[in-house]
Write a protein that binds this ligand. Structure first.
Ligand SMILES: Nc1ncnc2c1ncn2[C@@H]1O[C@H](COP(=O)(O)OP(=O)(O)OP(=O)(O)O)[C@@H](O)[C@H]1O
Ligand SMILES: [Mg+2]
Ligand SMILES: [Mg+2]
Length: 496
């Protein structure tokens, strides 16, 4: 049968996410095995519980529940009186028990919300629920990828790592919104101190996408009721592990589904796999339904009373609030406030520096100089957190006018980062201490004496000649004089 091209009105894209984030705890969610597995030998961080051996009993790690409650506070979610766990049954080699302990009808968080911006515009996404669950093991496909491998090995080091699955409403309308949302979510999770974005596999996204033909529904825009009327088939794309990957996979899927609809084909409801290297989504299987999982209560774990945990646990000031406070309290512009709140560590360091020195100077040195040089070297603030004292010392040298801004920026900071030396060491070694007034005055007089042509040009009204003379003085003082001061001294000498 050849498909007939159909008349399609405006096609609207609808996206909802299931984001799995790894909660930073020392031990796994239901046993005492360490979560710090790094590149250790496979299957060395395991015990009867996370291997799912018969008779082994799970015990819930309260640290993981606390982390989840903090997330709930940050997204303004409802925390139930009592939470409990369920078994989700399915058969796959990464799951030793053939069921995953997860949450079903009493998730730790319900009805939250997260605001973010896309290209300067504020958007808000509702979080339907966020629940705790255990990570399965990891599969290593040998001699190929998931569909072509000769054989597959399984490593249970990861099995039992605490995960939080954050399920949004289908509120996104484009792949780039998803990318901005994920950036914001990551930022918030890091502020809470429960998430490490640099850890491999710490963020995994299942991205659901459907296309609604607006000519078939009432209303101009997609909302909950038009979506219910249209009830479009959706695909769920798995194996996405980065913000950029999510955007790319969804852009691919958006085009694929739109093209299918425009050719009069039906979009299958199915689970697809994101192939990062090929940049395509591939059909894996038809979408399983809830009944396939035979959810039932995990009888080995008693329900957990959490009604007062939201009050008991405190969370730090979050990025949006901090950004606003930075503008009000330190008089920063939006761009500087954005940069200085990009991570909690940057924000904390900035506040330390701003307390000791002028906030404007602190902002320049942390936001522009330090972050700029770090960025250039592909380094993060965490790479220099052991050297905050040294960086403050450098700002102090500038604040006390012991070295020039130019030398501080172009020599001291760069050498600190490249060679690992302390600022005072570099100042001494490179002889960067600001030249004394006498020396500068001497250099000014010498420059005037040695350059009669420039002096004559200056007196003829050629103001550019002064720049040449400033350059001469800077050369004589090895760049350690202040160019503004030199300019003034020269004018005083020439006009006097
Ligand atoms: N029409 C739609 N288009 C795009 N996304 C949708 C649509 N309807 C629902 N979604 C999204 O699909 C996701 C449903 O996730 P949920 O975990 O509730 O169920 P599931 O995917 O069926 O289950 P599982 O956890 O087993 O994958 C939500 O993120 C939701 O926003
Ligand atoms: Mg889900
Ligand atoms: Mg799903």
């Amino acid at each position: 049968m050849t498909a007939q091209a159909v008349e399609t009105g405006d096609l609207a894209t609808v996206i909802g996410l299931e984001v799995h984030v790894q909660l930073e705890t020392d031990t796994k969610i239901f046993c005492g095995c360490s979560t710090d597995v790094g590149d250790d030998e496979p299957n060395t961080h395991t015990c009867p519980t996370c291997l799912g051996l018969p008779g082994a009993l799970p015990v819930v790690n309260e640290g993981a529940v606390e982390a989840a409650v903090k997330v709930g506070k940050a997204i303004d979610a409802t925390i139930p009186e009592e939470t409990n766990f369920h078994r989700k049954n399915y058969y796959y080699p990464d799951l030793p028990k053939n069921f995953q302990i997860t949450q079903y009808d009493a998730p730790i968080c319900q009805d939250g919300e997260l605001e973010f911006s896309v290209e300067g515009e504020r958007r808000s996404v509702s979080v339907r629920r966020a629940h705790l669950e255990e990570d399965p093991g990891s599969l290593q496909h040998k001699g190929g990828s998931i569909d072509t491998a000769d054989y597959t090995l399984v490593d249970y080091n990861r099995a039992g790592t605490p995960l939080m699955e954050i399920v949004t409403e289908p509120d996104f309308r484009s792949p780039d919104e998803v990318r901005s949302f994920l950036a914001k979510l990551t930022e918030v999770l890091e502020y809470l101190g429960i998430f490490d974005a640099t850890r491999d596999g710490s963020l995994r996204v299942d991205a659901n996408l459907s296309i609604v033909d607006m000519s078939e529904v009432d209303g101009e825009e997609v909302d909950a009721s038009t979506l219910e009327d249209a009830d479009p088939n959706r695909t769920e794309v798995k194996n996405i592990s980065s913000h950029k990957g999510a955007e790319k996979a969804l852009a691919y899927e958006e085009t694929r589904q739109r093209n299918a609809i425009q050719r009069g084909r039906v979009v299958e409801q199915e689970t697809r796999h994101w192939d990062e290297s090929k940049g395509v989504t591939l059909s894996m299987r038809s979408k399983e339904e809830e009944k396939d999982y035979r959810y039932f209560r995990e009888a080995d774990l008693p329900p957990l009373k959490v009604s007062d945990w939201k009050e008991r646990l405190s969370i730090p000031e979050l990025p949006d609030a901090r950004r606003e406070r930075f503008q009000a309290e330190y008089g920063l512009n939006e761009e500087a406030a954005d940069k200085l709140t990009s991570t909690k560590e940057v924000a904390d360091f900035f506040e330390d520096v701003a307390e000791r020195f002028d906030p404007g100077l602190a902002a320049t040195w942390v936001a522009d100089e330090l972050l700029g040089e770090l960025n250039y070297r592909d380094m993060a603030i965490t790479d220099v957190s052991g050297r905050f004292d040294e960086i403050e010392r450098l700002v102090e040298l500038v604040a006390d006018e012991e070295i020039t801004t130019k030398n501080a920026r172009e020599t001291v900071l760069r050498e600190m980062l490249d060679e690992g030396d302390a600022p005072t060491e570099i100042v001494e070694r490179e002889d960067l201490g600001k030249t004394s007034g006498d020396e500068v005055q001497g250099a000014v007089e010498a420059a005037i004496e040695e350059n009669p042509d420039a002096v004559a040009d200056y007196h003829d009204g050629d103001d550019g000649a002064i720049n040449f003379l400033v350059g001469q003085v800077m050369g004589k003082t090895g760049g350690s004089a202040d160019p503004g001061d030199v300019n003034q001294l020269l004018r005083a000498e020439l006009d006097g």
